[in-house]
Design a protein around this ligand. Structure first.
Ligand SMILES: Cc1ncc(COP(=O)(O)O)c(C=O)c1O
Length: 441
């Protein structure tokens, strides 16, 4: 094989995120180049990208339209502040995003990541309740197994134990809805399960407990990081109704489901429920430059902005909110989504992808398969006393055979770029099936 990038001599300095550093550094796998549906390792091995990087390279790797837009903007203006100043491209990027979001969510606050988007949305929710005279609404509701990034807000409303346990008491005034993982009712469902809408009614119970102190509920419309939980039919509709009934804002964290992943520009559209805010990141720039955003309903924007005395209306923002290079990437990425109808491509490929995913049913230790759009979760029975071991070994086998998959616990998550074609789907699931069989014992 051709070595296309040298292996670094020192792997020690980089404290890698969400990584078993010692294990990784003892047998490193280095990705050195990417194009279309593939990565190439530093020694030249081709690896098909079954995960769109980290659920983010939705338009495929190395898209010329995006890289050229970034290069051009870097030459024109590298950086300009957006605090009490502005530059055209940030306004253009916001307008582009607002064209894609559901009607009414017409104002866009830029961040640099999904985590910052979650924390921004929670802060806007608190500011909104205060602005409309409901300052007692200080409580934030998340959901068990939810993932909203790693800031203190997102972590607090998040519901994945290991992400929280090292970090103390987190935010006060937070509570959680029950998760919707119910394989005893829904195992091997294709798309949205029929059982579980009533799980949203737990919000009534939280209101009974906390009264009128709840500001917002935040959920992923389809939970990704916890291992792909597709919302039960009617669940999100019920949550919307209860939020309206109780004066609570509903936030959809669409960091994964945004930008075509489940066959529509946003999950809100596909699932038929419009929240009051949508958080996004990842696919927004096709991950070529870090950027996140929160799309905010007009009623929230006007309550906070129009209702404020003269001066700054929201004391929040990041040095890089609306960064010129990220804005250029976002505009090019949204244009690509439109020109190539990437959400439509995802929808068109969904049936084939679903059949391929469910063809794994019956393989050793496969206890559930869940899917929607171009996302699939394959849940495995873990090895007794060795959680994650089976999935990790399957990951290594797939990688060595040239397929990148993702694992979370003993669940395998697949989310290829939306440009995926049938032979890629065959290759991804064929390789995975071999690896699952090889780890049967
Ligand atoms: C739903 C959701 N919210 C927030 C985040 C955090 O995004 P980031 O890693 O860009 O901070 C993620 C990351 O996977 C996510 O899936």
């Amino acid at each position: 094989m051709n070595e296309i990038a040298p292996r670094p001599n020192n792997l020690d300095a980089f404290w890698m995120p969400y990584t078993a550093n010692r294990a990784y550094k003892s047998t490193p796998r280095l990705l050195a180049r990417a194009e279309g549906m593939h990565y190439y390792t530093n020694d030249g091995q081709e690896v098909i990208d079954g995960t769109a990087g980290l659920w983010c390279v939705n338009a495929g790797h190395g898209r010329r339209e995006i890289t050229e837009a970034i290069q051009k903007q870097a030459a024109v203006m590298d950086f300009a502040p957006t605090f009490q100043m502005g530059h055209p491209i940030a306004f253009q990027a916001a307008a582009k995003v607002a064209e894609m979001t559901p009607d009414g969510l017409d104002h866009v606050f830029f961040t640099n990541s999904g985590s910052e988007s979650a924390d921004t949305a929670l802060k806007i929710a608190l500011a909104y309740q205060r602005a409309r005279g409901e300052a007692q609404r200080v409580r934030l509701i998340g959901r068990e197994r939810g993932y909203h990034g790693v800031g203190f807000g997102g972590m607090s409303v998040g519901g994945i134990g290991p992400n929280r346990k090292q970090f103390g008491a987190l935010l006060p005034y937070v509570d959680h809805l029950p998760h919707t993982h119910a394989p005893e009712h829904n195992a091997f469902t294709r798309g949205q399960p029929a059982w579980g809408a009533h799980l949203a009614d737990a919000l009534d119970g939280l209101v009974a407990l906390h009264g009128d102190t709840i500001a917002a509920v935040i959920v992923e419309p389809l939970a990704g990081s916890t291992g792909v939980l597709v919302p039960p039919q009617g669940y999100l509709q019920r949550l919307r109704e209860l939020c309206d009934k109780h004066g609570i804002l509903l936030i959809f964290d669409e960091v994964i489901t945004g930008f075509g992943r489940i066959g529509a520009p946003f999950g809100a559209e596909r699932l038929g429920v419009t929240p009051d805010m949508i958080t996004m990141a990842k696919g927004l720039t096709n991950a070529a430059v870090p950027m996140g955003a929160v799309a905010v309903h007009d009623k929230i924007y006007s309550a906070i902005v129009d209702g404020a005395p003269a001066g700054i209306e929201l004391f929040h923002g990041y040095t890089y909110s609306g960064h010129p290079l990220a804005s250029a990437a976002a505009i090019a990425s949204v244009d690509l989504h439109r020109a190539e109808d990437l959400p439509g491509r995802a929808r068109a490929m969904e049936g084939y992808f679903e059949d391929a995913a469910h063809s794994l049913k019956g393989l050793p230790n496969v206890i559930d398969i869940r899917n929607m759009g171009l996302v699939a979760g394959i849940e495995l029975q873990g090895r007794a006393g060795k959680p994650t071991d089976r999935a990790t070994r399957i990951f290594h086998r797939c990688f060595d055979a040239g397929v990148l998959i993702r694992t979370t616990g003993d669940i395998i998550a697949l989310s290829p770029p939306l440009i995926v074609e049938k032979p890629h789907v065959d290759r991804i699931f064929g390789t995975l099936a071999d690896a699952i069989r090889a780890e049967a014992a």
